[in-house]
Each structure stands twice: as structure tokens, then as C-alpha cells.
Design a protein around this ligand. Sequence first.
Ligand SMILES: [Zn+2]
Length: 177
Amino acid sequence: MDRVRRSARVSSILRITSPKQLDIPALHEEAKKCFDNLFPKDAQELARFKCEHAEEAMALALQNDIHRHNQTHPRTIHPNSSDRFTPLLFTPPPTSHMNCTDALAEHWMSMVISPAIDNSAMGKPLQTLESMKGVDWVGLGLCEACAKDKIDEWTEEQAAVWETYGWSGFLIRNKML
Ligand SMILES: [Zn+2]
């Protein structure tokens, strides 16, 4: 069984055994442990984590989350990860040097926006940020320091996205952790 399928199974065990449903504490604890082992919880782990899986896991978490929210709070804001991500994608960020900001802006369309549109990046913030980090920004005219700044920013953004929409965010919101 792959990680995602396994996590889906663990997640349903978590739900079923939760105090709100069948309330089986021993099994619930066990499921929580399994869950912890399946997915990274912090940014450092995330950086090493294969992005495809993270994205799928996030999609699964969102599905479950939306389902839950629809049941209990019909007017809950749709937890759409592109809400904060879209502006980030379509606006070249400033850097510490005017030359670097210009270089970044000059290549933003071809290196970030176009590939993002081609790959339907809105639904894949972690993967998209990862490919933004993979661009050779120094080769495109940024100084080392500015390139590093941006990569750090995007890593933080990945962590923020993951915290909000990944498994742990989902579990915390549903009071399972
Ligand atoms: Zn610079």
C-alpha cells in the first residue's frame, strides 16, 4: 500500500475512533501514532519530503476537512490554499538590491507564471514553490544573497502552507491532536 492510500485508511480510523464518533481511545491513540509516522510535521522534514506525496496528502486532508466543515458549519470559508498563494505567484517579490529585483521581475513570467499556468499550479502550492526554488536565479542575474533570501522565503511559505493545509493542520482543527 502506498503512503497516500495508507494515510487515507489511517485517517478514516482516526475519525471513526474519535470521541465524536465511536470513541475508542486505545485505537484512536494507535491511529494517531501511525499518522505521525506517515507524514512530516515540520518544515525541515518537509524539505526532504517528496513533494508529490505531500501534495496528495494535502488534497486528501482538504477533502476530509471540507467534508467535515460542510456537515458542521455550512458557511465555513472554503479552505482554499490558493487564497494566499495566488498573489505570491503572480507578483514578483522585491529583493534587497534594485538590480536583483529587476532581474527577478524580468524572468518572473517565463520562470514562474508560465510554468505555473501550464502545470495548474494553484492546486499544487508545495510543488510549485519547490520548482521556484529550483530555478537558477543566480544564473539569471540575482546575487547569491538575494537568491538565498528568496529560496528561504519560499521554504517558509511551504511550511506555512503545510501547517495550514497539511495533515497536522487538519488534525489540529478537528481536535484530533
Ligand atoms: Zn542582490
